[in-house]
Ligand binder design. Structure first.
Ligand code: ZN
Length: 161
């Protein structure tokens, strides 16, 4: 049981292993725990909801449906571009390109390279996937005023200035 002062934001540090439904590891906190400030959208909201009341040392398996994780695949997020427009770039299927769309930068995945066209996919690489997280809570503490002001966690696992 964790003491929770109402209205007080918390900083949570946790280790995780992210797996797909077949148990294949997709990502893990290999460089130490991930620290985040509660309620700032730094991690998937549905994951945050499931782990925010965990105490240090507690472990939990969290399963998320695609729609609650990185969303469903949106066909409108894919586009075909003429291959010769990308001729100056070294592209390969599964690689990523940074597109400059006027003011906005967008990272897209090279989904397919055909004879004259390249299919680019702007969906998150984990869109459409049900995911499973093995979580180990390392630390759960009150956020400092400075962290709340900055909107991110400080300290060994957090943001360094
Ligand atoms: Zn800061």
């Amino acid at each position: 049981m964790s003491l929770h002062i109402f209205g007080q934001k918390r900083v949570l540090s946790f280790n995780y292993t992210l797996k797909d439904v077949n148990g294949l590891t997709l990502d893990a906190s290999s460089e130490g725990p991930l620290a985040f400030l509660e309620g700032t959208g730094q991690i998937i909201p549905a994951l945050e909801a499931q782990i925010k009341d965990m105490s240090a040392g507690e472990k939990k398996n969290v399963k998320l449906k695609a729609v609650d994780a990185y969303g469903l695949v949106d066909e409108k997020m894919t586009m075909k571009v003429p291959k010769n427009e990308l001729a100056h770039l070294k592209i390969e299927v599964g690689g990523f390109l940074q597109l400059n769309l006027g003011e906005q930068m967008k990272v897209v995945r090279v989904a397919e390279i055909a004879e004259t066209e390249v299919t680019l996919d702007g969906n998150h690489p984990l869109a459409g996937m049900d995911l499973e997280f093995d979580i180990e809570m390392v630390e759960s503490r009150s956020a400092t005023e400075e962290e709340v002001t900055h909107g991110h966690a400080h300290g060994p696992h957090g943001h360094h200035h």
